[in-house]
Design a protein around this ligand. Structure first.
Ligand code: SAM
Length: 241
């Protein structure tokens, strides 16, 4: 399994320089609004507002970290944001993107989601956007997420889950995601193979209802389950009791 995981990480290393451009073209920038709403809802749900510690897992090129900063309410103070990813090249892009933010303190760390370098109950908000699907040992990662989260802490997962297309619109969007998006991403990144991986990884992943069950088993209580763009992307938000 580690071989297959290493290949996935190598693939992200290879596409890192063109990842943002491909992403924007594929989602037409709509992913920004998904991230924005996820951040806004999480801040609303969080009981504390001072010295907040955020960990963004599979942070990639740093878009979710930027979204946390841009969408922080006036009365909330973030103490520390950790970005965590096993791809050195993605972290390099994140570093360039985020270096102009003077506050809060941003720290980028290298590693896989199945072993987080944080202490038990030390994180207020843990996010992972379009990352969990790439973690082959995702159940181990979920254990880690819950371990490091404070009681009352929030987990935010944005993901392309395994499709459960029922309506005609969902079927059309499923076709678009499986056939058209990988082609657009592949052309822009000059790496068709990497973008063919997108629909495959969705099919091999859990559905959103399966994820909710896995979270409940770990003591998480669901706060929001919301589909975007005919359920192409889904937001799961839960709180640790
Ligand atoms: C599709 S990108 C998402 C990046 C970013 N979160 C975003 O929203 O744009 C997936 C990220 O997952 C990372 N990744 C792959 N395998 C991982 C693992 N086992 N643990 C943590 N992150 C992983 C990749 O390096 C890549 O940066």
């Amino acid at each position: 399994m580690q071989d297959k995981q290493s290949q996935i990480i190598d693939m992200f290393d290879a596409i890192a320089p063109k990842y943002d451009m491909a992403n924007r073209a594929m989602s037409l920038g709509i992913d920004r609004s998904w991230r924005k709403e996820a951040c806004r809802l999480a801040f609303l749900e969080l009981k504390s507002s001072q010295n907040i510690v955020i960990a963004d897992i599979a942070c990639g090129s740093g878009d979710m970290i930027a979204s946390w900063i841009h969408n922080t309410p006036k009365e909330t103070h973030i103490g520390h944001i950790y970005g965590y990813d096993p791809s050195q090249e993605m972290l390099k892009v994140a570093h360039e993107k985020l270096q102009n933010f003077s506050t809060p303190k941003i720290e980028l760390l290298k590693g896989e989601a199945k072993a987080l370098p944080f202490e038990n109950t030390s994180i207020d908000i843990l996010s992972i956007s379009f990352g969990l699907r790439n973690v082959l040992e995702y159940e181990q990662a979920l254990d880690e997420f819950v371990r490091v989260l404070k009681h009352g802490g929030i987990i935010v997962i944005l993901e392309f889950f395994k499709p459960q297309n029922t309506t005609l619109l969902q079927k059309l969007m499923g076709f678009y995601t499986a056939k058209i998006l990988p082609f657009v991403g592949g052309i822009i990144s000059s790496n068709l193979k990497a973008y063919r991986y997108l629909p495959q990884s969705m099919q091999n992943f859990v559905s959103v209802s399966e994820l909710e069950e896995l979270m409940q088993k770990r003591g998480m209580h669901t706060l929001h389950l919301k589909g975007y763009s005919a359920n192409v992307a889904t937001l799961y938000m839960g709180v640790k009791s």
